[in-house]
Design a protein. Structure first.
Length: 201
C-alpha cells in the first residue's frame, strides 16, 4: 500500500493524519484494521476483546497523531501498538485468573497468614453474593462442606440425602461460585489491590 503507483500511500495518509485529517485516519483504518483485528483475535480467542484492542490501537494512533515518531512502515507501527495492547490485556487476564484461584483456595482452606485472611475477608462479599443465587439446598450443602468442614457422608446423614446427591449439589454450587467470581474478576482485582495497600501502609 505504501509504494503503489497512482495510489496515495500510507505515508501520505500519515502526513495528512498528523494535520488532523479525519478522512486520512479512516483510510488507514480501512487498510489495516482487518490485520490488527485478526492478530488480536488469534492471541485472545475473543471477538469482543479483539475488537476492544482494535479500537484502542487506532485510538492511540489518532490521539497521538501530533507526536508520531518517524515511521517507515505504518502497518508495522500499528502492529506494534496492537501487540503491546494485547500483551497488556493478557497480563490483566492472567492476574484476574490468579486472584480467582486464590479466592477459590480460601473457600476450602484456613490459613494463619495475615494477608490471606485479609484477602479472604475482602472477597467474602462476592462469595456471599454468589451464594444468594443458589438454591437453599445448594447453599446448605456448601456451608456444611466448606464452612463447617463436614464430609459428604456427614452431610448426607444430617440432611437425609444420598451421598451422590450431596456430591452433585456441591459440584453445582462450586461451579456456580467459580463462574460468578470469573464474571466479577475486575471487582475482585480492585478488592485485592485495596487489601494490599492496607498491608503496606
Amino acid at each position: 500500500m505504501e509504494g503503489l503507483p497512482g495510489m496515495i500511500t500510507d505515508l501520505d495518509l500519515l502526513k495528512q493524519l498528523q494535520a488532523g485529517d479525519e478522512p486520512a485516519f479512516k483510510a488507514l483504518y480501512a487498510r489495516h484494521s482487518r490485520r490488527v483485528l485478526a492478530f488480536a483475535y488469534h492471541m485472545t480467542h475473543s471477538a469482543i476483546d479483539a475488537e476492544d484492542i482494535l479500537q484502542e490501537t487506532f485510538l492511540r494512533l489518532w490521539t497521538g497523531r501530533e507526536q508520531l515518531p518517524e515511521i517507515a512502515h505504518v502497518g508495522n507501527y500499528l502492529f506494534t501498538i496492537a501487540r503491546n495492547k494485547t500483551l497488556d490485556h493478557l497480563r490483566k487476564v492472567a492476574l484476574q485468573h490468579r486472584l480467582i484461584d486464590q479466592v477459590w483456595a480460601n473457600i476450602s482452606e484456613t490459613s494463619n497468614d495475615l494477608e490471606l485472611q485479609l484477602e479472604a475477608r475482602e472477597s467474602n462479599a462476592l462469595i456471599q453474593q454468589a451464594l444468594t443465587q443458589l438454591t437453599p439446598q445448594q447453599q446448605t450443602v456448601f456451608r456444611l462442606s466448606r464452612q463447617q468442614g463436614l464430609n459428604h457422608e456427614e452431610i448426607a446423614a444430617q440432611l437425609r440425602l444420598s451421598k451422590s446427591r450431596v456430591k452433585n449439589l456441591l459440584v453445582e454450587a462450586l461451579k456456580h461460585i467459580r463462574t460468578y467470581l470469573s464474571q466479577h474478576a475486575v471487582s475482585l482485582a480492585i478488592l485485592f489491590e485495596i487489601t494490599h495497600r492496607h498491608l503496606i501502609f
